[in-house]
Design a protein around this ligand. Structure first.
Ligand code: SAM
Length: 440
């Protein structure tokens, strides 16, 4: 009876060592990071390298069934994020995720990476009571490095690419899904490899952030955007006898390989070096052959990029087609201003420009907050927006037509929602823009 009373007191939270606030470090754990309703700790003992505990923060709760449904949904997302991070960092053969609470009845999960041949392989690790387990703590430096890697992995995939560079693999992942759709709007046979696991990780975490976690097909907007600019770019090149194409922020764009270019087209891909380091290695491995004269220009577009383009063989006296797909929102105001200044000096009259942009309401809408926070966490925050794209382009020397995704010219039978009429003010919007350079 006495034991039962003691247990009831523990369940009720008496002296609970896991109630928040709890110390960031003690003799059992070190804080990795707080998540949404829980915090992740690296356990001191590291027999199972990467072993962590995820402890529910919001209140004292002994068991899963005592959570509200929203609390469980958030905790489930935390468990997923934590396990994914641990797995990214230590690449185990298996992972045990367990909620026991026999010693401390405060809802927590053990995330235990398992390795073939580890001391308890084939069974749970808990043969010994906690206090009699051997002390297998890591040397301080090693432990600090592991903590740092876990923190990075919580934000996104572990790669040597920048967050902004990684955004290119995210949209490539979408092109891979579209290519595998029963009636694809385009086919990109390179996309799956170019995206890699990291591209799909970002795609799915952005999907979760936008509340579409269970949706498994290609994203309608990204798919429409790619097809829209496939058609628009080829039309511009054919209709105006343009033989120079510049893909600004090309990312994992494989149009040089997958579109049918008229003879004599020279195509420049401009992006940062971390992007090309990944892309060129994959394309070489796949023995990809361009359908045009493809030239790679490693260049940060927030700096003056005109001379690097000329150096690669671009002739600014002749018309060209420029495409800046999925670029503008990643730039800050000075970088966007500089981009259009360089374009002014680089694009001869009659040149074509395709681009997409968002309006300021996207950056301010409370409905976008989780999505924008996730982008910032991944290291690729959205910054730049345009309220009136027609006026914006005119002021920079371009005559533009603007289409909203879902409108007849950008629908392709894929836009699933009604299009909000342009006359309704204050709505978050994305614009697909085509423009012709007018003489200064
Ligand atoms: N246009 C490609 C597509 O649609 O597949 C890639 C779009 S991806 C979302 C954004 C791209 O912008 C990345 O490839 C990133 O490296 C590039 N980017 C962002 N800021 C840049 C900068 N300052 N200089 C060069 N590239 C940049």
């Amino acid at each position: 009876m006495a034991d039962k009373t003691k247990w009831a007191a523990l369940v009720a939270g008496a002296g609970c060592p896991m109630d928040a606030p709890r110390p960031a470090s003690n003799d059992r754990w070190d804080l990795v990071a707080p998540l949404s309703v829980s915090s992740l700790y690296l356990t001191k003992n590291q027999t199972y390298r990467g072993q962590c505990q995820l402890i529910f923060d919001s209140r004292h709760v002994a068991r899963l069934d005592q959570l509200s449904l929203p609390e469980w949904t958030s905790l489930a997302a935390d468990i997923f994020t934590a396990q994914q991070a641990v797995t990214r960092v230590v690449a185990p053969d298996h992972v045990n995720v367990e909620s026991l609470g026999n010693v401390v009845p405060h809802l927590h999960w053990h995330i235990i990476p398992r390795y073939v041949g580890d001391p308890m392989w084939g069974a749970p690790i808990w043969r010994l009571p906690l206090d009699s387990m051997p002390d297998t703590r890591l040397p301080d430096e090693e432990r600090a490095a592991l903590l740092a890697r876990l923190r990075t992995a919580l934000a996104g995939p572990v790669t040597d690419m920048t967050g902004v560079g990684l955004s290119a693999r995210w949209v490539a992942a979408n092109r891979a899904l579209e290519t595998e759709h029963p009636s694809p709007l385009y086919r990109d046979p390179y996309a799956r490899e170019l995206a890699g696991d990291a591209g799909f990780d970002v795609l799915y975490s952005m999907r979760t952030a936008s509340g579409m976690g269970t949706f498994s097909g290609p994203d309608p907007y990204l798919t429409i955007r790619t097809r829209f600019f496939d058609d628009a770019l080829l039309d511009a090149v054919r209709d105006s006898s343009i033989d120079q194409v510049v893909l600004l922020a090309a990312g994992m764009d494989a149009r040089a390989f997958r579109l049918e270019w008229p003879a004599g087209v020279r195509l420049f891909e401009v992006d940062r070096n971390d992007v090309f380091k990944h892309k060129e290695a994959i394309l070489a491995r796949m023995q990809a052959r361009p359908a045009c004269d493809r030239r790679v220009v490693e260049q940060d577009l927030s700096q003056s990029w005109g001379s690097a383009l000329v150096h690669a063989g671009f002739d600014p006296r002749r018309k060209a087609a420029f495409l800046a797909e999925g670029l503008l929102h990643y730039l800050d105001e000075p970088a966007a201003t500089s981009l259009f200044e360089v374009l002014r000096g680089t694009a001869a009259p009659g040149s074509w420009l395709g681009l997409d942009t968002i309006n300021p309401e996207v950056l301010a809408s409370p409905f976008m907050a989780t999505y924008l926070k996730k982008l910032a966490q991944l290291g690729c925050p959205w910054k730049f927006s345009v309220a009136d794209p027609g006026a914006f382009m005119a002021a920079r020397g371009w005559q533009a037509t603007v289409v909203l995704p879902g409108e007849p010219d950008a629908n392709f039978g894929r836009w699933v929602l009604p299009v909000i009429p342009r006359t309704i003010a204050g709505m978050p919007r994305t614009f697909l823009i085509q423009a012709t350079r007018i003489a200064d």
